[in-house]
Ligand binder design. Structure first.
Ligand code: CMC
Length: 446
């Protein structure tokens, strides 16, 4: 409200103005306004009242890429980028990685609290018994080209799930919402594994209900002629930890996509497909894949200085480094780093890319160009190395990220639906194009 009003009215906003407010003077009109500050934010809509005249639309805020705009309230994931803190529903990521499992973390994200023993058994049972996909989905995957990227296959098949569950459109139904969450968490590994088997020309392996969530995934990836696949428990654990680390990360590109698309009240399969699409990009989930390609391109430890010079000359980008939020260290990278050596020991890999990655990190952390810009390794710098050591092809890395992020997307989607402040996402623009041109017939155009 305009300042005179706020002071004269003596209402709640006027009282709040003493401390928790921002006073803004519009120098175009000389008018001052007191805007309430709540939770360290001012409402962009409060600027709309600042006008130069009746015809004026009102002041907007400009924030490409939403670098300083909160688009929702959320109780799911807390990040303190400066201190390198990550918590899911208040629980530090370090404790969850040490003591929990991915499926329990998925429950925590979706339900808001840790499960009791019975609740966890029920959740596991539900997820385990919805891992199969309709045979037509399997058939639809068979029509992809032999070299189709598994992430593109995943993107389309997640979208296709919406055709199998038309009742999921009923967003008013708590049961339908819950079933969509269960189905998506359960089927994502199946679709991911089928995409992999398709890309290597192997028959698809059906889920095995006796195995754990990560163990079943390893079975669907690697099972050959053996009657029963027995996953190495150490690899199962490493995968589980990686998936806990990737389960949610507040308002990143793909989560914002799920919320934005979901705000149109489309069904959850379509909303999650939007998340998969956003994750596919090399600046987001595609970064782990890009890291491995970068390490292959560097070739040898001796070539690292030349590569880093290329980065400084802006001919290259140091993939797996830097983060929009973490400007100190990505706590997920710290946890993963510990597991890299462990996995390498299990699989006995002497992959030269690991040596290059270790040296590359040392060089970058010792170079002012990177430290001045607060560029440190992020989660993707190491996750790719673990997947590589587990013989998972590079093309599959982003898919490996999409599996665990599904729980985060769905928790955020559900929270968005429940939030009374939710409206369809619809940003504004600053129009910079031409206006009111006269149409020119084609024969008169030059
Ligand atoms: N290599 C070289 N320079 C970089 C990099 C990088 N990876 N990241 C940032 N910079 C530079 C950037 O050029 C800029 O320099 P200057 O100020 O001289 O112009 C400065 O650092 C600040 O960067 P920014 O572009 O403002 O940073 P951002 O917050 O917009 O970008 C990022 C964040 C993750 C997109 C970026 O750091 C990047 O492209 N990293 C490589 C891709 C990557 O690893 N992505 C995975 C992120 S973690 C997984 C996930 O959550 O998706």
């Amino acid at each position: 409200m305009a300042r005179e009003d706020a002071q004269g009215g003596g209402d709640g906003a006027g009282v709040a103005a003493v401390h928790d407010s921002l006073t803004v003077t519009d120098n175009r009109t000389g008018q001052s306004f007191d805007l309430p500050i709540t939770d360290g934010t001012v409402k962009a809509m409060d600027f709309r009242q600042m006008k130069t005249g009746e015809e004026d639309f009102g002041l907007m805020t400009y924030d490409p890429a939403f670098t300083n705009t909160a688009h929702c309230r959320s109780e799911i994931c807390f990040i303190d980028g400066a201190k390198g803190v990550l918590e899911y529903r208040g629980y530090p990521i370090e404790q969850l990685c040490e003591q929990s499992t991915y499926l329990e973390v998925a429950y925590l994200l979706v339900h808001g609290q840790l499960p009791t023993d019975d609740a966890l058994s029920c959740w596991k049972h539900m997820v385990t018994h919805h891992t199969y996909v309709h045979e037509s989905i399997k058939k639809s995957m068979e029509v992809f080209r032999y070299n189709a990227h598994p992430m593109a296959m995943l993107l389309s098949t997640v979208g296709a799930l919406s055709t199998f569950y038309p009742a999921a459109k009923d967003l008013e139904s708590e049961t339908e919402r819950y079933m969509a969450i269960i189905r998506l968490v359960a089927k994502m590994p199946t679709l991911a594994a089928f995409a992999y088997r398709h890309s290597v020309g192997l028959p698809y392996v059906y889920p095995d209900n006796d195995l754990s969530y990560p163990g079943n995934f390893l079975s669907m990836l690697y099972k050959m002629t053996e009657v029963k696949y027995e996953p190495d428990p150490r690899l199962e654990k490493a995968l589980d930890v990686l998936w806990i680390l990737h389960a949610d990360h507040e308002q990143n590109c793909s989560t914002a996509a799920v919320r934005g698309v979901g705000s149109s009240q489309v069904d959850p399969y379509s909303a999650v497909a939007a998340g998969v699409a956003a994750l596919y990009g090399p600046l987001h989930g595609g970064a782990n894949e890009a890291v491995l390609r970068m390490l292959a391109r560097i070739g040898t430890v001796e070539d690292i200085p030349a590569f880093l010079q290329g980065v400084k000359d802006r001919k290259e980008r140091l993939m797996g480094f830097g983060h929009r939020v973490y400007k100190n260290y990505d706590p997920r990278a710290r946890i993963i780093k510990k597991h890299v050596d462990e996995v390498l020991e299990i699989v006995g890999s002497d992959n030269p890319k690991v040596g290059i990655a270790v040296e590359l990190e040392k060089h970058a952390l010792d170079d002012e160009y990177f430290t001045d810009r607060k560029l440190y390794p992020n989660v993707d710098f190491y996750s790719g190395l673990i997947y590589e050591a587990m013989s998972i092809p590079t093309d599959m890395f982003t898919v490996m990220f999409a599996i665990p992020r599904t729980a985060g997307w769905l928790a955020q989607w559900h929270e968005m639906l429940e939030d009374p402040e939710t409206k369809i996402a619809r940003p504004r623009q600053i129009y910079t194009g031409e206006r009111e041109l006269d149409y020119v017939p084609i024969e008169q155009r030059v």
